[in-house]
Design a protein around this ligand. Structure first.
Ligand code: PRP
Ligand code: ZN
Length: 291
């Protein structure tokens, strides 16, 4: 029987969350002794544990049918290919960060300051595209890591690097000024031909991860309300289509409302619902969902 191959980051910003996603999708994973692969015990799936920068290559070559990778790494890879050999099949919502131009903290920056300067980055293709689109001619200096040290070392004037919390830049006396790419992790699939059985496995795995993504934000809401407040309440419920409305026994004009909310439910939402006349509001997590 065929088994799917999924490339994920071995260690780093996406490693734990990639494994969490599989776990939430009900897939149990057992690491092998080599530390290079892992095996799902209850789904026909093998994991390849690799460096994030290698994931697009593994998927593009068809060595792995699937991969979980940051959009930042994927875009940089794509810009170096003549023809796409990888396609995004889902945005996963975790590992959010931005690729940004940063300058010394004390500098009053505007775009024209980049003209004729040197910019250190691990993402030279995206940086060059950004500069070209902005009509700036500047030089990029490619570094594999420790990019944030470049200005202090005199290697470059500016950097173009990933910013998540912003701590790395701050610790190096730099501030982010322009966004080059907004990134998050994505599920990618090879564009190399795969056989029917394998394609079915891809679909089955994607249906599970889609379910996980849908439930992570979704909540089930139950409340009681006067019938005449229904219109207001339906409007307030975030991302809920066609709630179920049932009469309450022995309470004229009062109804029970049940709805799946596809967006986050905040305390403010509950306060608004109460303000519109809702009572006995319950918000419940949804464990599994298949759309
Ligand atoms: C990025 C980036 C910075 C850091 C920024 O590296 O190069 O060093 O994260 O994060 P912060 O804003 O929260 O301080 P990453 O961990 O992705 O490693 P890699 O680029 O070497 O794969
Ligand atoms: Zn990396």
């Amino acid at each position: 029987m065929s088994r799917l191959h999924l490339a994920i980051q071995k260690k780093g910003r996406l490693a734990d969350q990639s494994r969490d996603l599989l776990k939430q999708a009900g897939i149990k994973v057992q690491d092998t002794k080599t530390g290079l692969t892992a095996r799902a015990t209850n789904f026909p799936l093998d994991l390849m544990l690799v460096r994030d920068d290698d994931i697009p290559t593994f998927v593009g070559d068809g060595v792995c049918e699937l991969g979980i990778v940051g959009l930042n790494v994927l875009e940089e890879y794509r810009l170096g290919q003549d023809e796409d050999d990888v396609e995004i099949i889902a945005r996963l919502g975790f590992g959010r960060c931005k690729l940004m131009i940063a300058c010394p903290e004390s500098e009053a920056f505007d775009m024209s300051a980049l003209e004729g300067k040197r910019i250190a980055t691990s993402y030279p293709r995206m940086t060059r595209r950004f500069l070209a689109e902005s009509g700036i001619s500047a030089e990029t200096v490619t570094m594999q890591g420790a990019v944030e040290l470049a200005p202090r070392l005199g290697i470059a004037d500016y950097v173009c690097d990933l910013v998540s919390s912003g701590q790395t830049l701050e610790a190096n006396g730099l501030k982010p000024v322009e966004t080059v790419l907004e990134s998050e992790s994505v599920l990618v699939r090879t564009l190399k031909p795969i056989d029917g059985a394998m394609a079915e496995l891809v679909d089955a795995l994607k249906a599970r991860t889609d379910g996980v993504i849908a439930t992570s934000e979704s909540k089930y809401i139950v409340l009681n309300a006067p019938e005449n407040a229904l219109e207001d309440i339906t409007r307030i419920l975030p991302g809920a289509e066609a709630p179920t409305v049932m009469p309450l026994l022995g309470r004229q004009g009062q109804v029970a409302v049940q709805a799946v909310c596809q967006e986050s439910v905040f305390w403010e939402t509950l306060e608004q619902l109460k303000g519109a006349g809702a009572r006995d509001i319950l918000v419940m997590p949804i464990e599994k969902m298949m759309l």
